[in-house]
Write a protein that binds this ligand. Structure first.
Ligand SMILES: [Zn+2]
Length: 233
């Protein structure tokens, strides 16, 4: 006999009607003997665990994300409009992917999952995640501190996901496991392409690196050179 245990993995209250769950199981899988439903907070074993991490480092998909960082400094708030106009004009974006999240759908020129634009007074560490490492080096003993950095980044994105607020990542501190030196992210040395920046835009999940031709057109329209950093997950 098969038993199905269904845990409604959403916030309280469960937003999938119980009858829907039961009928789906009846139709698609098998005839259940019992179907039990809980919300996450009611189920004791999960009461103190968190739901899925907001960090992209937990993703199991293999993806390339391209980050574009302008050489020129833009006044706060003007970067978004300028980038939006440019990407629309070049058929790189076409409307929203998700209006609430401020993500943009790809246009006809290049295929990607979605695009975002970061334009605040808070520095972000780019790339936001990495499965190939950051090449972070302790300022005192020169030991590699990638592991310590991952912890800091994951904690930061947990904070951001839960609070909905952004902090300047330049001021986050990590402590070297080798020599115990504490250092700010802005002082850490990196042997791989990494940047702290207030302004950037990104294409998430592209198939290939951006061609020189496309990059030149974006640079011309934005009137700035762009540094491109790839994140491979
Ligand atoms: Zn050290």
């Amino acid at each position: 006999m098969l038993y199905a245990v269904v845990v409604c993995y959403t916030q309280n209250p469960c937003d999938i009607p119980f009858s829907t769950l039961v009928s789906n199981f009846n139709n698609i899988f098998f005839k259940p003997a019992f179907v039990l439903g809980w919300t996450i907070n009611e189920f004791p074993a999960f009461a103190n665990t968190r739901t899925l991490s907001t960090s992209k480092t937990n993703s199991i998909m293999s993806t390339i994300t391209a980050y574009f960082i302008p050489a020129k400094k833009f006044p706060l708030g003007q970067f978004t409009e300028k980038v939006k106009d440019t990407l629309e004009k070049l058929n790189l974006i076409d409307g929203y992917y998700d209006e609430e999240d401020n993500t943009y759908a790809h246009g006809r020129a290049i295929i990607f999952e979605y695009a975002t634009i970061h334009d605040t007074d808070k520095n972000k560490l780019v790339p936001e995640a990495s499965s190939t490492g950051y090449g972070a080096i302790c300022i005192q003993c020169n030991a590699e501190v990638d592991e310590e950095l991952y912890d800091v980044i994951n904690n930061y994105y947990d904070y951001e996901g839960e609070s909905g607020k952004e902090k300047d990542m330049a001021g986050l501190t990590l402590t070297c496991n080798n020599c115990n030196k504490s250092m700010k992210l802005q002082d850490v040395k990196f042997t791989l392409p990494v940047m702290l920046t207030k302004h950037f835009f990104q294409f998430v999940d592209i198939d290939d690196e951006i061609s020189e031709d496309v990059l030149k057109k974006i640079e011309q329209n934005l009137d700035t050179e762009l540094r491109v950093i790839y994140e491979r997950m």
